[in-house]
Design a protein around this ligand. Structure first.
Ligand code: SF4
Length: 324
């Protein structure tokens, strides 16, 4: 484990990490952790990645138990791909405002009102939404997924309108967009980032495509968490303003100790940083309890499993074909 983090861990946290590692070994369990998790949770994870990498990793694991250190829809996707494995989520309240912004009955109505469209849904959705979709995408592959369809194909894209607008601009395709958003990325403020930029004029601004269009317009690079990490690694610049959930700074700082990362502020001046409270619900304590008790377990409704799995598999096939 990274020395600086090791020094900051409390005795209780070090003790929990030891116990979690022992349980993982005993139960042949792995922990898949998202980039937005707490630093100590990332450190206890066997694999850290964005939604696409986590889904790809989930397909290839030989573990008997998979614990998702992320939010609920991620655990649901893992269970879809691994029906015979035990999938655990340490906190069932770890939801997602973006997934919540699209209800199955509303999407079904929208699809019925707009027949003849291919439905592309972002992975940040419930299995009910996936079951209504033709292809799933993540922010790492959304542009390529859209480009893989014939130019005259009519597309419904949801639920994130900001990602949809970005993909539309990148591909030159008109799409019907669902009007959903992530409450974390929506509240980054172009005005406050511009203020920060005047304080750090040499810094490059890097943003996630779930941010509003005015934030993306003033950014030097727009990409998924994995793409942002890659950009930072390959850039000669030494200072970056990061417009995505600040959990990602842990991996950035670890891989690039000589560079400086400044988290972009939210529009609310009373907030010091822009964290996703759902991601932060996962703690060492609830990971330990979940592994110990093998609970809470995530299950998928058998009635929708096949329909929800098909568009996820289609995404993985396209990604694999394109080498993403
Ligand atoms: S950061 Fe936004 S999209 Fe990601 S889990 Fe939190 S609410 Fe959902």
């Amino acid at each position: 484990m990274e020395t600086s983090l090791l020094n900051q861990l409390t005795e209780n946290q070090s003790d929990l990490i030891e116990k979690i590692n022992a349980l993982k070994k005993k139960k042949n369990a792995i922990i898949l952790g998202h980039f937005y998790q707490r630093p100590e949770v990332q450190e206890v994870s066997d694999f850290i990645g964005d939604s696409l990498a986590l889904a790809q990793k989930a397909v290839n694991t030989s573990a008997d138990i998979i614990l998702m250190a992320g939010v609920h829809f991620m655990a649901e996707t893992v269970k879809l791909l691994n029906p015979d494995k035990k999938v655990l989520i340490p906190c069932t309240d770890a939801g997602c405002s973006l997934a919540d912004s699209c209800k199955a009955t509303d999407l079904k109505k929208f699809i019925d009102e707009n027949p003849g469209h291919t439905v592309i849904s972002y992975v940040n959705t419930t299995n009910e939404i996936k079951a209504l979709s033709d292809i799933i995408c993540t922010s790492s592959n959304a542009v390529q997924i859209v480009n893989s369809l014939p130019a005259d194909e009519k597309i419904i894209f949801g639920p994130d309108r900001n990602l949809g607008t970005f993909v539309s601009k990148q591909t030159g395709r008109q799409m019907l967009l669902w009007n959903g958003a992530c409450h974390v990325h929506r509240r980054f403020s172009a005005a406050r980032i511009a203020e920060l930029k005047s304080k750090y004029p040499a810094a490059l601004v890097l943003a996630h495509p779930e941010c509003q269009a005015d934030v993306l317009d003033i950014s030097d690079f727009v990409g998924s968490t994995a793409a942002i990490l890659n950009y930072v690694k390959n850039s000669d610049c030494k200072q970056f303003i990061i417009s995505t959930e600040p959990g990602i700074l842990h991996q950035m700082q670890k891989s690039n100790p000589e560079k400086q990362f400044i988290p972009a502020p939210p529009d609310d001046a009373t907030m010091s940083c822009n964290e996703c409270e759902y991601m932060k619900m996962i703690t060492l304590e609830n990971i330990y309890q979940a592994l110990l008790n093998e609970n809470p377990e995530v299950n998928v409704d058998a009635k929708i499993r096949d329909a929800a799995l098909r568009p996820v598999q289609r995404m993985l096939e396209i990604s694999s074909k394109l080498g993403i």
